[in-house]
Design a protein around this ligand. Structure first.
Ligand code: ATP
Length: 294
């Protein structure tokens, strides 16, 4: 049975179609990124997954049950974009309280350790930094030992070191066969942390695969070399070239056949220096996929 199943789910806000016939099946144990630009519909999709937003059409289930039922059984944990903490309680008290709401919670010390809060357990939550407070939200999300963890832009307010520590905690949690669905607009975050990247634009899935597959889908690879002040005329018509860009004296030829293009390039008689074959960054793939939709 799939951990998360969304079938043809749609949601409108007035004239805005926030989610448009979105389908997504996530097997247990997968870490999935919902990657898309601002306004793509990620938060709405996350809200629907959690049963917080009612879709206009379509079906959602978590382990075969409606989201509200899965939540009531403690099978889903969530970390949303905003979430206040009770300021006068200590970290241990807050996490302990939330833990007590679930039928089969994780041991308290285990939660604190995974979330990186052991040394902060006695601190009042009102005296935590933004990154530390975010770790408490993470701890409350996992306290009930949910099989599915849903995170909406979980590291938006964190610096690089805090992000790294945060993801180490998520991976420690996910490593035990749990499922994680996280929304992000940060490409490298999806690339580094997800087994699978689902690219969303205008409420629809525009690509779905491993980070490597997503990159491979957009125009294969590129041959790049220093052109200097030589003319670029004709390079875009070389056999196998699907796109040409010249910037700062460097030419980038997009192609599905880099070896063939290199051979053609040497036949032109141009002086070719600093030749390299590159795979486009996830960022290029992402822009290309989401802009096609516009
Ligand atoms: N409660 C609401 N009322 C009206 N419109 C909404 C509401 N929530 C979302 N929308 C609209 O639906 C679309 C999708 O929004 P959503 O927040 O799901 O996108 P997102 O991908 O999470 O964006 P971001 O990365 O900016 O958080 C946007 O056009 C947004 O303005």
């Amino acid at each position: 049975m799939e951990a998360i199943s969304m079938e043809n789910v749609s949601k409108n806000y007035g004239d805005v179609r926030a989610v448009d016939a979105l389908s997504l099946e996530v097997p247990a144990g997968q870490v999935v990124a919902l990657l898309g630009p601002n306004g793509a519909g990620k938060s709405t999709a996350v809200g629907i997954t959690l049963g917080l937003v009612r879709p206009d059409a379509g079906r959602v289930s978590l382990f075969g049950a409606p989201p509200a039922e899965a939540a009531a059984r403690g099978r889903v944990g969530a970390m949303l974009q905003d979430g206040a903490l009770v300021p006068n309680l200590t970290v241990r008290e807050v996490v302990g309280f939330v833990r007590g709401l679930y039928p089969a919670p994780m041991p308290l010390d285990g939660v604190l350790e995974i979330a990186g809060l052991t040394a902060l357990a006695g601190r009042r939550t009102g005296a935590l930094s933004g990154g530390q407070a975010q770790r408490v939200r993470f701890a409350t999300a996992i306290a009930g030992a949910p099989g599915v963890l849903v995170l909406d832009e979980p590291t938006a307010a964190l610096d690089v070191a805090a992000r790294r520590a945060f993801w180490a905690g998520i991976h420690a949690y996910a490593g035990e066969g749990r499922t994680v669905l996280f929304a992000t607009h940060r490409l490298e975050e999806a690339d580094e942390n997800a087994d699978r990247v689902v690219v969303v634009a205008r409420g629809r899935v525009v690509a779905d695969g491993t980070p490597a597959e997503i990159k491979a889908r957009v125009g294969g690879r590129a041959v790049r070399f220093a052109l200097g002040d030589q003319p670029a005329a004709g390079l875009d018509r070389l056999p196998g070239v699907t796109g040409l860009e010249v910037r700062g004296g460097v030419a980038t030829l997009r192609t599905g056949d880099p070896d063939g293009v290199v051979a053609e390039l040497y036949r032109t008689g141009l002086r070719v220096r600093d030749l390299e074959i590159v795979t486009p960054a996830l960022e290029d793939a992402f822009l290309s996929l989401t802009s096609k939709e516009r």
